[in-house]
Design a protein around this ligand. Structure first.
Ligand code: GLU
Length: 321
């Protein structure tokens, strides 16, 4: 497809593991299956969680697997000026506001409202500072979720065919969006997430803002990433609309689960994939391909990748064959 731009956007919290290789391979295959470009974006905006040198290690692992980006990687740590411009634009248009609440303040407000703190999930911000800081110093900046959300096409903002708002109901508007693997999705962002953070109290840019600004600036047409990020998508679509940038198509890949049944991560023992020898790199790729439902291939890796591009096209993009 002419104009296709895809990307793989690893956080530099460590080298690639079996789970992150699935997202890398899927995004590469989708770009190749569309005759498009494939970019790598180094998501090193959360400095305290970043491991020095992980960006180089990830790029070396990708190269050993035959996954080579079509342009030099972009580093989010270099992009503060653009994120600031985006936040200023959102503030000027009334889509963002400063918040003076600590975590404790939010917990207290939620308890008062009879909404006990959900275990193990983010707090839904009760909107305390929506109307102003009431003398408190600003700590963080939040996105103001629209009270009622116009249909994207009617508002003349979104270029997406898929992301439209359904009609309002008693609990506020739901955002409907489409995933190329999971099908129709919907989320009531106001109720399930609340006004979310764009610039954190520790001065770090939030993932939601960085990812939307970067996808737009890089002209990304297709986001292919792990299913753990699917429920972030409605927040990103709201930000795209507020910033008046296009909404890409989305495809969220199956997750690789760790021994505890949770998404594989460094915290639950994910080991770096072994790519030192060609056979090891091929084995890692073959495991990732199996997670994506692609047939086994004995190699060599270049031949396997070519076969998987065809298999991918048949699975996820049958009309373009
Ligand atoms: N940096 C994120 C991660 O490694 C992925 C972000 C994205 O693909 O939107 O989980």
């Amino acid at each position: 497809m002419a104009g296709y731009i895809g990307r793989f956007a690893p956080s530099t919290t460590g080298p690639l593991h079996a789970g992150s290789l699935v997202a890398a391979l899927a995004s590469w295959l989708d770009a190749r299956a569309h005759g498009g470009r494939w970019l790598v974006r180094i998501e090193d905006v959360d400095r305290p969680r970043c491991v020095p040198g992980a960006d180089r290690a990830i790029l070396a692992q990708l190269a050993a697997c035959g996954l080579l980006p079509d342009a030099p990687p972009l580093h989010q740590s270099q992009r503060g000026t653009r994120y600031r411009q985006a936040l200023d634009a959102l503030l000027a248009a009334g889509h963002a506001y400063p918040c003076g609440c600590s975590r404790r303040d939010i917990e207290t407000a939620l308890a008062k409202a009879g909404q006990p703190r959900p275990r193990g999930s983010e707090l839904v911000y009760p909107g305390t500072c929506r109307g102003g800081l009431q003398g408190k110093p600003a700590r963080a900046w939040r996105f103001r979720i629209p009270d009622s959300m116009p249909n994207g096409a009617a508002a003349g903002i979104s270029s997406s065919r898929h992301a439209t708002f359904s009609v309002a109901n008693d609990e506020g508007d739901e955002l409907d969006w489409f995933d190329r693997r999971l099908g129709s999705q919907r989320q009531n962002v106001a109720r399930e997430v609340g006004d979310f953070v764009l610039l954190r109290a520790d001065g770090l840019w939030a993932y939601q803002l960085a990812v939307v600004v970067d996808d737009a600036d890089q002209g990304v047409t297709d986001v292919v990433r792990g299913a753990d990020l699917a429920d972030n998508t409605p927040r990103q679509i709201l930000l795209q609309r507020a910033l008046q940038v296009p909404t890409p198509r989305y495809l969220h890949t199956p997750l690789v689960l760790g021994a505890n049944g949770e998404k594989l991560s460094k915290q639950n023992g994910a080991r770096a994939i072994e790519t030192g020898m060609p056979a090891a790199a091929h084995a890692a790729l073959a495991t990732a391909a199996a997670v994506l439902g692609l047939p086994p291939h004995a190699g060599p890796t270049a031949a396997a990748l070519a076969a998987w591009v065809d298999a991918w096209r048949a699975l996820y993009n049958p009309r373009s064959q």
